[in-house]
Design a protein around this ligand. Structure first.
Ligand SMILES: Cc1ncc(COP(=O)(O)O)c(C=O)c1O
Length: 470
């Protein structure tokens, strides 16, 4: 595990507030919601869980309200509303293609999310004489969405080296051995926020006759991506992490494999002609979008990409970097708190950089307990656990999990301050309430807070922890 000091661009103690990021960069819904505290009263909810699901941009929700009255079935409806909805849906493909710098012939397929997109691609790997034409190569740092779909096809994995440069060399050695058809790599780690050099990796894959798919679930909400310039073959990301939480994701990329691959959802719309016991499938996005598509989800995703496209890139990065620097520095000043990263370059402030994700642990406390405490006593929401990246967490020496604070356009320095204040109190005074494990999650004991009528289950007991440590 790496816990070295990470240099921060903004010098000085964390109580010296940076002048940037004092306000959200873009308006998001829920920015001012109040969270009830276990000891009474309430406080503005400090949402530091953007990496899991980001709040909707206000522009996106306003747009959905505008088009909702015209919502109707797409493609086969002759009515006015169907025509408008079809136009919105098909145009969303063009908007998303432009956002990612797609080539003219790149397919833009709407899916449920990144997981769905990568599973779709796994069904489209090329075959020669009925057998897979090569293996999928991936690193051990991947989110399960970019790891498990490949376990059903011929595959190889590489343990990332302590440095990014070393990791690239390990991939090169593996690719040079031949037999790889696809390199599957994350654009940015969902665990630590570290960015991977995708242009370099694309060139490397191509040098050895392989293609590359980038899991951009975390990268796309924080960095501009250009498929053409970076020469990336496939890209997958999710609307709900890109300020459009309405159930759509996307896979963009070269059409040949996709047009020949197994239709992702067999059903209406995916066929040219269907007979009682046979079918001829269509090509293009429709081949994989069987059934009624998520028109409003796709529309929302496209609208969100337009907002990101219109941002001043420097201002955008300065906003998120200021929060990250402030938070990392504040965490490092706290006794017993360790900040984690994968690559040594990050510790030296080198490499392709980081997005708005910070991973840390608090000595002596279970990560889930710290998360429950921060929520119940400070109104701070962040993520604990293994982040659907079990191999990486194990290798980093964090088999029981850690904590992740993540942020974006709707965040402000005060969110980071709230987290740091909560941790400072924890180190000084300990927990201010009793906590118990219920359905696999830490929750406050005797929680008598009242919740809105539309959320009848007490948080924490509403769903069991999905991953338990063996
Ligand atoms: C890097 C990365 N890839 C893939 C996913 C899966 O995204 P989704 O749950 O939207 O399919 C996530 C979600 O956390 C992620 O962070």
């Amino acid at each position: 595990m790496s816990t070295a000091t990470i240099p921060t661009p903004t010098a000085g103690r964390c109580d010296a507030r940076p002048a940037t990021a004092l306000r959200p960069l873009s308006a998001v819904s829920g920015a001012e919601i109040q969270a009830p505290l276990i000891q009474g009263g309430q406080v503005r909810y400090a949402n530091l869980d953007y990496g899991a699901s980001a709040p909707a941009l206000s522009v996106v929700s306003a747009y959905l309200n505008e088009i909702l009255p015209f919502y109707a079935s797409v493609h086969r409806g002759a009515g006015y509303a169907s025509q408008l909805s079809t136009s919105v849906y098909e145009n969303a493909r063009n908007i998303v293609r432009r956002f990612v710098g797609g080539r003219d012939d790149d397919a833009v397929i709407f899916t449920r999310n990144t997981t769905d997109s990568l599973n779709l691609l796994a069904g489209c790997l090329p075959a020669a004489d009925g057998s897979p034409a090569g293996e999928v190569l991936y690193l051990d740092i991947e989110h399960h969405a970019n790891l498990l779909p490949w376990q059903n096809v011929p595959h190889r994995s590489v343990v990332a080296a302590p440095t990014l440069a070393g990791t690239v060399e390990r991939l090169r050695a593996e690719l040079a051995g031949g037999g790889v058809s696809l390199l599957a790599v994350t654009g940015a780690s969902n665990v630590t926020g570290e960015i991977l050099p995708i242009r370099e990796l694309a060139a490397l894959a191509h040098e050895f006759g392989a293609r590359i798919v980038v899991d951009a679930a975390q990268l796309a909400p924080h960095r501009r991506i250009d498929l053409t310039v970076d020469d990336v073959d496939y890209l997958a990301f999710s609307g709900h992490k890109l300020y459009a939480p309405f159930g759509a994701g996307v896979l963009v990329g070269r059409p040949d494999w996709l047009d020949a691959g197994t239709p992702h959802l067999a059903g209406g719309g995916a066929v040219r002609d269907a007979r009682l016991d046979s079918v001829s499938w269509t090509t293009g996005p429709a081949r994989h979008e069987g059934g009624s598509p998520n028109v409003l989800g796709a529309a929302a995703l496209a609208r969100a990409t337009q907002v990101l496209e219109a941002l001043d890139e420097q201002e955008w990065h300065a906003h998120e970097d200021a929060i990250r620097s402030y938070l990392v520095q504040g965490l490092q000043e706290l006794d017993g708190v360790s900040v984690h990263h994968i690559f040594e370059e990050t510790a030296r402030g080198e490499g392709p950089g980081t997005i708005g994700v910070v991973n840390f642990s608090v000595a002596g406390y279970d990560a889930g307990l710290v998360a429950a405490y921060l929520s119940a006593e400070h109104g701070v929401g962040l993520r604990d656990g293994r982040f659907c990246a079990h191999p990486l967490l194990k290798r980093l020496g964090l088999p029981a999990g850690s904590l992740r604070a993540s942020f974006g356009l709707g965040s402000r320095i005060e969110d980071a301050e709230r987290l740091l204040a909560g941790l400072r109190d924890l180190r000084r005074q300990g927990l201010g309430w009793d906590y118990v494990v219920d359905a696999g999650r830490w929750v406050p004991a005797n929680d008598t807070r009242s919740y809105p009528h539309w959320a009848p289950n007490t948080p924490g007991t509403a769903g069991a922890a999905p991953c338990t440590v063996e």
